[in-house]
Write a protein that binds this ligand. Structure first.
Ligand code: NAD
Ligand code: UFG
Length: 334
């Protein structure tokens, strides 16, 4: 089976390419490196000792997509490509609507044209807005608070409409919770060039001395220690979730939505303490005001993905902290 992976040089995409190759899928990958580095492609090959077809290009380029589908017999698609920074989406909404929506519509049109009607799409727990209760189930009401989240919700709607119009489609909408960690080789992981927005990349930069302390955004939330609680999932577990999703998509039709999380919530302080003790480093921190738009707590009910996909995360918080630190130390010495 040959899977077309968009955004395959990115954080989640690269780990999923590794799992696909390890599971004997052939892959065809596209990325424009707008948020990733070229050497990731070689690192995927180094980890798996396998080769694959790579196109440097933009998913908004429909002619290029047609060329790729002409040159390769594709069985299914995993669509990661998109912009993902919440704050940036507020200041540059058109850039987000253009990139995330146009790439997806082009891709779906070309898939339709080539009669490839099987896709797994990267959505996000952000579509749950501020949930009324926890844990979060897939049928909870949806809302968004920023353009990034709105692109995800709009694409979910497009995919649902597409399936309603043509029942030959097979679509898995995957709502990720908070991926952290890195491949155990330390060769691939998440390493933003700028000051990170997200918790673990920020902690990683403090751990290696690139930033001097972590700002913890609020300790007056309605949680066990007052700091925000999230469902952190190891990126390798998340990548394995895509193998389960693509197996399901390949053998059925329908449009289904799945939470990909662990079902366990950890606070910011839980993460800081675990990182310090697993890696034997100090993470100095300061409590500052809440970050606008943040919610108290968010964690998945993972029952549906266990039942229908057979997916269960197996790595724990120690693995997530150890592998994140291993990756950042290794990339610093390269
Ligand atoms: P990432 O930025 O590391 O990866 C996305 C990749 O897509 C990058 O390599 C980027 O260069 C590429 N890309 C972007 N636009 C493109 C385009 N038009 N054409 C070709 N390539 C393009 O992000 P990630 O963390 O790996 O996330 C992957 C997907 O999962 C995204 O759609 C993101 O919104 C979604 N998601 C991520 C998280 C998270 O916390 N990381 C949570 C929920 C959902
Ligand atoms: N936090 C800090 N200091 C920081 C960064 C984060 O205290 O420097 C706190 C936040 O307030 C929050 C927790 O750490 O309580 C996690 O924050 P992240 O920014 O790492 O993650 P979010 O849950 O806010 O959002 C992420 C992605 C979204 C995605 C969402 C759900 O950025 O795109 O997970 O998948 F939608």
């Amino acid at each position: 089976m040959r899977i077309f992976v968009t955004g395959g040089a990115g954080y989640i995409g690269s780990h999923t390419c590794v799992e696909l190759l390890n599971n004997n899928y052939e892959i065809v990958v596209i990325d424009n490196f707008s948020n990733s580095k070229r050497d990731v492609i070689d690192k995927i090959k180094e980890i798996t000792k396998k080769d694959f077809v790579f196109y440097e290009g933009d998913v908004t380029d429909k002619a290029l997509l047609s060329k790729i589908f002409k040159e390769n017999k594709i069985d299914a698609v995993i669509h990661f490509a998109g912009f993902k920074a919440v704050g940036e989406s507020v200041s540059k909404p058109l850039m987000y609507y253009h990139n995330n929506l146009e790439s997806t519509i082009n891709l779906l049109e070309v898939m339709n044209e080539f009669d490839v009607k099987k896709i797994a799409f990267s959505s996000s727990a952000t579509v749950y807005g501020k949930p009324d209760s926890l844990p979060i189930k897939e049928d909870f009401k949806l809302s968004t608070t920023n353009p990034y989240g709105t692109t995800k919700l709009m694409i979910e709607m497009i995919l649902n409409d597409l399936y309603k119009s043509d029942n030959e489609w097979s679509i898995a909408i995957l709502r990720y919770f908070n991926p952290i960690g890195a491949h155990e080789s330390g060769l691939i992981g998440e390493n933003p060039n700028d000051i990170p927005n997200n918790l673990m990349p920020y902690i990683m930069k403090v751990a290696v001395g690139e930033l001097d302390h972590l700002n913890i955004f609020g300790n007056d939330y309605d949680t066990h220690d007052g700091t925000g609680v999230r469902d952190y999932i190891h990126v390798v577990d998340l990548a394995k979730g895509h193998i389960k999703a693509i197996e399901k998509v390949l053998k059925s039709t329908g449009c289904d939505t799945y939470n990909l999380g662990t079902g366990t919530g950890y606070s910011v302080l839980d993460i800081v303490k675990a990182f310090e003790s697993v890696n034997n480093v100090k993470i100095p921190y300061e409590i500052v005001g809440r970050r606008p738009g943040d919610i108290d707590a968010c964690y998945a009910d993972p029952t549906k993905s266990l039942k229908l996909l057979g997916f269960k995360a197996t790595k724990n918080l120690e693995d997530m902290c150890k592998d994140s630190y291993n990756f950042v130390r290794r990339s610093k010495h390269e």
